[in-house]
Ligand binder design. Structure first.
Ligand SMILES: [Zn+2]
Length: 239
């Protein structure tokens, strides 16, 4: 059984380089105002930068972040569903297309934008050459204020696998049967549901808590062998 690690930004490395990104994805599903559970919400870090919505005649309807009623959200979701593999969930707020915005300052081999991870092209190719599986680097549209800007590619990191139910507090209500919202804070002691974890990826997000990145031991070892700076690793138990 492989070991799994919670991958986080190393904030000390950011302080060292001082680079800063201000960017958002090109298109997105709206958030939702759910008539059933009463919540207005959208998910974070369900990002598909490789998916291009420009061929859709309705692509303009995905430009403006906003909240919609469930029926309107569901109509828009059905328009994009054929563009993605069937196992992708598409919650409210799912985003598509390249990151657009500005980049200021110096960057190392990697840059973080909240839970989003960008790699310099040479760092991505080195990890792939080390045998890390499933890394998909996507073009970004970032404006740099200097010459010789690095080429930063955003990784499309799929939400896959789940927390084990044992680490979700028992007083958390079950998911809303209309909108799917399952609201809970990050568990103090996260446990991954072993049977749900992907076999073919060395980096993914927790499917029901997508801001958390999970790397395999192979991923962590490759990052360390290459001396890539900018990440911390904490091993998580599986059950
Ligand atoms: Zn709901």
């Amino acid at each position: 059984m492989s070991r799994f690690y919670w991958v986080n930004e190393d904030r000390a490395a950011r302080t060292k380089h001082g680079g800063y990104l201000d960017a958002a994805h090109t298109w997105g599903l709206p958030g939702i105002r759910c008539h059933a559970c009463g919540a207005t919400w959208s998910a974070v870090a369900h990002d598909f930068p490789a998916i291009d919505l420009s061929p859709l005649p309705e692509s303009r309807e995905f430009l403006k972040p906003r909240a919609e009623s469930f029926p309107e959200f569901a109509r828009l979701r059905e328009l994009v569903r054929p563009l993605l593999p069937p196992h992708i969930e598409l919650p409210p707020g799912t985003s598509f297309g390249p990151l657009k915005g500005s980049a200021v300052g110096e960057f190392g081999a990697m840059a973080w934008l909240g839970p989003r991870l960008l790699l310099r092209r040479d760092a991505l190719e080195s990890l792939q050459a080390e045998g890390v599986r499933g890394l998909l680097g996507c073009r970004t549209e970032l404006r740099f204020r200097k010459k010789n800007a690095p080429e930063l590619l955003e990784l499309q990191i799929e939400p896959r696998g789940r927390f084990h139910p044992d680490c979700i507090p028992s007083d958390v209500p079950p998911p809303c049967t209309t909108c799917g919202r399952h609201g809970f804070g990050r568990p103090d002691e996260p446990i991954l549901d072993a049977a749900s974890l992907p076999q073919e990826l060395d980096l993914f997000r927790v499917g029901n808590f997508a801001t958390m990145l999970i790397g395999t031991e192979q991923f962590m070892d490759a990052v360390h062998r290459l001396g890539l700076v900018g990440m911390t690793f904490r091993e998580l138990p599986t059950r």
